[in-house]
Design a protein around this ligand. Structure first.
Ligand SMILES: *Cc1c(COP(=O)(O)O)cnc(C)c1O
Length: 397
């Protein structure tokens, strides 16, 4: 390696990390190797590849690159999905343990926590993660195994005071794990703030092209790393080499994609505030946004997810998803394509998420093109709203 990652800016690290050693005639990129098993005689050495559930040469460069980006000493641990990574992190919570987590965590993470309650008697306490005093009070209220943090949250975009929560969790003897999917390691590096674990849905920004489902766990604690690695091998929720190879290819352009989509998101948010068919806009870049001050202080950039509530409620929101032509009406986020969806169409979404909330994931298309399409779709949504009846007219009809 020509430089230590510590000398390089993260946008460069995304390009340089996880390359093969430079040898005459050797490949610039790590090769994709499709093999379930490896030649082996006698007693295998500790780092020897043996069987692809335990490790592959296609995972290693990606795991090194993730670690370099998150500022971790130990390699990342790639999983077959973000949820597999999250399940591995939650495996550190003992039977009968206690977890404090955001009310507006990713809905499937909330579902998994409920399952832990049913199966393992884990006490799950939901908090508003941006209300630092409330989170600290819950940590002090009873012995806690883990504080789970998402910041910004999916889909409400609440921003947590990570340094304060790290200090609070550790004072309470709890592990603190951060789902860093929305921020990306370019936006914040929780391990460097003292968090014990970071998890990613690699599916989103890291891979970035809406073509793979993958996850990852990072930790700099040797004992936790060994436990999460053992969980992966025992439970077998592993990634396919081809998906990981694609994710590393996607990671190379992470900085460009994030820079572009964040800039476009901030511009769209600014324009949406004044739009006649919009009731409310949430984006941490907006000076009036509840997460603005904290994101400006703690994060590098404001992300490219926007929350929009059209005037006219859930019907109008649904109408927007039918009227868009460039934006793709689809779930998921963090791809090069701009996508949007009404979150409460899922019965499992948190009931405190407004019925009419559209979650926009801004891609890398031209800002004027995405604006024009969004503008026309919002205007078209007006037709879906029943016209207000003039007072007194038609009464009793
Ligand atoms: C999508 C998502 C997940 C789940 O990841 P999968 O790769 O879909 O399993 C977890 N957390 C957040 C914040 C997400 O957006």
């Amino acid at each position: 390696m020509p430089h230590e990652p510590a000398d390089l800016s993260p946008s460069t690290v995304a390009v340089t990390a996880g390359r093969p050693a430079r040898t005459q005639g050797g490949p610039l990129n790590p090769p994709l190797v499709l093999s379930s098993t490896y030649i082996s005689t006698g007693v295998p050495g500790p780092d020897e590849l043996l069987y692809a559930r335990a490790g592959t040469e296609t995972w290693q460069p990606f795991e090194e690159a993730l670690a370099a980006l998150e500022g971790a000493r130990l390699p990342g641990l790639v999983f077959g999905s973000g949820m597999a990574a999250i399940a591995a992190a939650f495996s550190l919570v003992p039977v009968g343990g206690r977890v404090v987590m955001p009310r507006h965590s990713y809905q499937v993470t909330l579902g998994y926590a409920q399952e832990l309650t049913a199966r393992s008697g884990v006490d799950v306490v939901l908090v508003d993660i941006d209300d630092t005093a409330a989170v600290l009070a819950e940590l002090a209220a009873a012995p806690t195994s883990m504080l789970w943090v998402e910041s910004p949250t999916n889909p409400m975009l609440e921003v947590a005071d990570l340094p304060a929560l790290v200090a609070g969790a550790h004072a309470a003897g709890a592990l603190i794990a951060v789902d860093n999917t929305f921020a990306t390691p370019l936006g914040q590096r929780p391990l460097s703030m003292g968090a014990d674990l970071v998890v990613h849905s690699v599916t989103k920004y890291l891979a970035g092209h809406s073509d793979v489902v993958l996850g990852a766990v990072l930790t700099d604690d040797d004992a936790l790393h060994a436990r999460v690695l053992a969980h992966r091998t025992l439970h077998g929720a592993i990634a396919g080499p081809f998906e990981v190879w694609l994710a590393l290819r996607g990671l190379r352009t992470l900085a460009l994609r994030v820079e572009r989509s964040q800039a476009t998101a901030a511009e769209l948010a600014r324009r949406l505030v004044g739009h006649p068919d919009v009731l409310e806009v949430r984006h941490p870049s907006l000076p009036g946004d509840p997460g603005h001050e904290r994101a400006a202080r703690l994060m590098n950039g404001f992300g490219s997810i926007i929350g929009v509530r059209p005037r006219g409620g859930a019907d109008a929101a649904d109408a927007v998803t039918r009227a868009v032509r460039l934006w793709a009406p689809a779930t998921s986020l963090g791809g090069v394509e701009s996508t949007l969806e009404r979150r409460r169409r899922f019965a499992t979404e948190s009931l405190t998420v407004p019925e009419d909330l559209l979650r926009l994931s801004v891609g890398i298309e031209d800002v004027e093109d995405v604006w024009r399409d969004l503008d026309q779709a919002l205007r078209a949504s007006r037709a879906a709203v029943p016209a207000e009846e003039p007072a007194g007219d038609l009464a009793g009809a």
